[in-house]
Ligand binder design. Structure first.
Ligand SMILES: *Cc1c(COP(=O)(O)O)cnc(C)c1O
Length: 422
């Protein structure tokens, strides 16, 4: 089901939000701040912490299978990332949640996208008799299993990283994979998928239309469609990152509180990855965490929906934006309706950045910290100063723990990365 849309004229836009929208319409960087309202954030019952606990258990069951399929010395089969210090004399501590170096796929999609795929694989394995209660999931990497999986096909649509991640892991288990790529997708991801035996279907259009095309193709062929715009499981997979982060903070003696709040900067495309992380963090930490979404000015779809009000997605084209950005992972013109429903009222701020601001941070992160980030991930770092400036008048900022969530880039080929640095 495509998400319902509400045109700009059908909404009530407050004057505060109207100013933020005007900046976006001019193609300028902008910060949207959640208006002060007495209403507590509403965490929808359609996703619960029990779902997240279930996901953690499922990922644990898959650990031995993933270790066999993706051998890497010293890897324990867990899809997690480190929390590192950003080395810079900025006068405040800045940490980096290094999802750009996640195992398997080098992007945050290894959490949500791969988790949803594993849910599907588990269901196939149970219904096809590959698994019974208590079996080790090593049973999913036998020749018999691969033969069974080869009769199944998954279909996915992507601006690059989701398709790359789903295709890579699906092929490792032996599933057929049709990956529909929007015009944003980089050639190296498509080439790599073809080498792995996935079918890449190229669309000369944006992400939203590519999803619609892929959804139709999947329905026509009766295949499993992994739907980034509407999937609960994707969101739940991303939410598992919250407890991982909270434990890493605790190891450093950091326990977020109202006196020492956490501020996380989350790059946002359709909203699933930042939305899932926000769900998990808000459920655990409540007011002690501030969730800042980060988008390119040209593709600020969550910004647009929140600033326009009304709770429904709003296409960035209605604002005159063109959805053309160097941050291919974030090049989405319309936010997920599910994400807006589940965490829309929990999003504290959205920072919209120009490509130039983002590129500056691709270079700085490399020069200052040796981090190989794609533009979508560097956006998290680029958002820190604009957000701090936007809330400079508020108390409590000095003690906050700032975390930039670097969502992808470690697998960028040298030539791609050098082009960004040049
Ligand atoms: C997909 C992606 C995001 C955003 O995730 P959404 O679920 O689309 O909001 C951010 N950064 C990178 C590198 C990504 O690939």
């Amino acid at each position: 089901m495509p998400p319902p849309e509400l045109s700009l004229a059908e909404r009530e836009t407050t004057s505060h939000n109207a100013a933020a929208l005007e900046a976006l319409k001019r193609g300028e960087p902008a910060v949207w701040l959640k208006p002060d309202s007495p209403a507590a954030p509403r965490l929808e019952a359609s996703v619960t912490l029990a779902d997240v606990a279930d996901a953690v258990a499922r990922l644990e069951r898959f650990r031995p299978a993933l270790q066999i399929l993706f051998p890497r010395s010293g890897w324990d089969g867990r899809i997690n990332s480190s929390l590192i210090d950003y080395p810079r004399a900025a006068g405040f501590p800045l940490l980096v949640k290094a999802d750009h170096a996640l195992p398997l796929t080098g992007s945050i999609k290894a959490r949500g996208g791969v988790y949803e795929l594993l849910c599907r694989i588990e269901r196939m394995a149970l219904s096809d008799g590959l698994l019974s209660d208590g079996d080790s999931y090593e049973a999913l990497v036998t020749a018999t299993a691969a033969e069974v999986f080869s009769r199944h096909k998954v279909v996915v649509a992507s601006t690059g990283n989701l398709g790359f991640s789903i295709g890579l892991v699906a092929r490792a288990f032996g599933l057929a994979a049709d990956v529909h790529m929007s015009r944003d997708a980089k050639a190296w991801k498509k080439d790599r998928l073809v080498q792995l035996g996935a079918t890449v279907v190229e669309h000369d259009c944006d992400y939203t239309l590519t999803v619609a095309g892929a959804r139709e193709a999947a329905a026509a062929s009766g295949s499993d469609f992994i739907d980034d715009e509407t999937s609960r499981e994707l969101l739940i997979g991303y939410a598992t990152a919250a407890d991982e982060l909270i434990a890493q903070l605790a190891e450093r003696g950091l326990v977020p509180s109202k006196a020492q709040p956490l501020v996380v900067y989350l790059p946002c495309g359709v909203g699933g990855a930042p939305g899932g992380v926000t769900f998990g963090l808000k459920a655990r930490l409540g007011d002690a965490v501030t969730c800042v979404f980060v988008e390119p000015v040209a593709s600020a779809c969550v910004f647009a929906a929140l600033a326009a009000g009304g709770g429904a997605p709003l296409s960035v084209y209605e604002l005159g934006a063109d959805n053309l950005t160097i941050a291919d992972g974030l090049a989405v013109p319309l936010a997920s309706a599910l994400v807006l429903e589940v965490v829309g009222s929990s999003i504290d701020a959205v920072v919209a950045l120009t490509d130039e601001q983002i590129l500056t941070w691709v270079r700085r992160a490399w020069r200052e910290a040796g981090l190989r980030l794609e533009p979508s991930a560097a956006a998290a770092l680029a958002a820190v100063e604009p957000y701090r400036q936007a809330i400079a008048a508020r108390p409590g900022l000095d003690s906050a723990i700032h975390i930039a969530w670097t969502t992808g880039g470690s697998l960028l080929p040298d030539a791609e990365f050098e082009r960004l640095l040049a």
